[in-house]
Design a protein around this ligand. Structure first.
Ligand SMILES: Nc1nc2c(ncn2[C@@H]2O[C@H](COP(=O)(O)OP(=O)(O)OP(=O)(O)O)[C@@H](O)[C@H]2O)c(=O)[nH]1
Length: 304
């Protein structure tokens, strides 16, 4: 008996990989049309196997924003590496981002070599094309294409939005037919307090780039919604490793933490669509980065 076939629907998992700073988080946000993943100039900002879900007519694309594939320097690096490699398994499409404005180097080669182990479809993405001229783009295209076997190549800018839609179309064409895995209105599978903590951490990384590179963790202790006032009250703690870092983050008469709080609050109000009251405090927890269990407790890494 003939089975009634519904319109074909494509769905699948897509992972973005590339050297730190290649532009993965920015591309997630460009695809989603809003800020979901945090970005900064500091390498290795992304610590979660973060998922964003884009559902449109005819497809559902689930994005896994992997941490930069790194040679580990400490326990945190090791966790990132394992989860990054895990993310390569069992995805339908791997998009490999190469920064068009930086010479292709051993870092790119190393990531490409890891990729060759994955059975998934592979898309080469030349990112940040707004930063280069045609001649430079030609050179990059040639150098990057040689790094592996690609099912497709897309050149885009997440900042200007140029060719971001082409990227979505290209990836969707490579996805298998399949069902919706998540509800259509769901954009992320991260608990909201984790997203909130990441937004706060981003502001701190931006403000204190050189002083406290990665020595901070942020945890939301309490978060509640006051319906009458249409206000979220958020109490968060910033953990640092040393007293000196605590001093830097708090600043003279609390000026620095106040500034961070103001910037984070504006982003959070956009994210949550309500007014936000944000209480930030800073605590010292020695060597939290070296202790893998602590990393888990802070919500980073696998099984968080
Ligand atoms: N001009 C320009 N800058 C970009 C573009 N995409 C990303 N950037 C910038 O490049 C920097 C790194 O971008 P991210 O998206 O954080 O990079 P990432 O690959 O997620 O970095 P990690 O989290 O370290 O792995 C940020 O300062 C972005 O603003 C782009 O298309 N054009």
């Amino acid at each position: 008996m003939p089975v009634e076939t519904s319109e074909s629907f494509r769905s699948g998992f897509v992972t973005l990989v590339g050297r730190p700073n290649a532009g993965k988080s920015t591309l997630v946000n460009a695809i989603m049309g809003k800020k979901i993943a945090i970005t900064s100039n500091t390498a290795q900002t992304t610590r979660h196997r973060f998922r964003a879900v884009l559902t449109r007519e005819g497809f559902q694309l689930i994005l896994v924003d992997t941490p930069g594939l790194h040679k580990p320097h400490d326990a945190l690096g090791e966790e990132l590496n394992t989860s990054a490699l895990k993310a390569l398994e069992d995805v339908d499409v791997v998009a490999f981002l190469v920064d068009a404005s930086k010479p292709v180097g051993t870092g790119d080669e190393w990531v490409a070599a890891q990729l060759s182990r994955a059975r998934s479809k592979k898309v080469l993405v030349l990112s940040k094309i707004d930063l280069v001229d045609d001649a430079e783009l030609d050179r990059q295209r040639f150098a990057a294409a040689r790094l592996g076997d690609w099912d497709a190549v897309v050149e885009l800018s997440s900042t200007t939005g140029e060719h971001v839609q082409d990227f979505i179309d290209t990836v969707v064409a490579l996805l298998p037919e399949g069902p919706s895995w998540f509800p259509a209105d769901m954009e992320t599978d991260q608990p909201i307090d984790v997203v909130v903590a990441e937004f706060i951490r981003e502001k701190i990384l931006r403000s204190f780039r050189d002083e406290v590179p990665h020595a901070i963790g942020v945890r939301v202790e309490e978060m509640g919604y006051d319906r009458k006032k249409d206000l979220h009250r958020i109490y968060a703690v910033v953990y640092v490793e040393r007293d000196s870092q605590k001093g830097i983050i708090i600043g003279r008469q609390g000026a620095a933490i106040k500034q961070v709080g103001t910037e984070a609050r504006l982003d959070l109000e956009q994210l949550l669509g309500t007014r936000v009251f944000l209480d930030l405090s800073v605590k010292v927890k020695k060597n939290w980065r070296r202790d893998a269990n602590q990393i888990r407790r802070f919500g980073y890494g696998e099984g968080a």
